[in-house]
Design a binder for this molecule. Sequence first.
Ligand code: ZN
Length: 133
Amino acid sequence: MSKKINHVGIAVPSIAEFLPFYTDVLGLEFEGEEIIEDQKVKVAFLSSGESRIELLEPTSPESSIAKFIEKKGAGMHHLAFTVDDIEAELADLKAKGVRLIDEEPRVGAHHTKIAFLHPKMSRVLVEITEEKK
Ligand code: ZN
């Protein structure tokens, strides 16, 4: 099954500071912002054809994004692929012995269902995303 890249998440200390690069320099279209309370993160969405760039700004020092920036610096945080059926995909990944951060889907931006795989296998954090139908 082919999987489109849904979005690339980039951790930044400040959306206001880094947004102009994506809009003014690269010419991407800014689609809006959303605060994801349970992840303590503010997300800015930029359209890139069928994919998006998401700028992730921590809203609290407790945010995993804040910890990521502290440890690794700002930069690419995760790569998200679109899946049709996230429950089936998670069951398939479990059957393949893949270590998961999220055993069950959680709610992401735009009311999507998302789950993160452990970065051990890929060295980059991978998310699977089921778009709201
Ligand atoms: Zn994401």
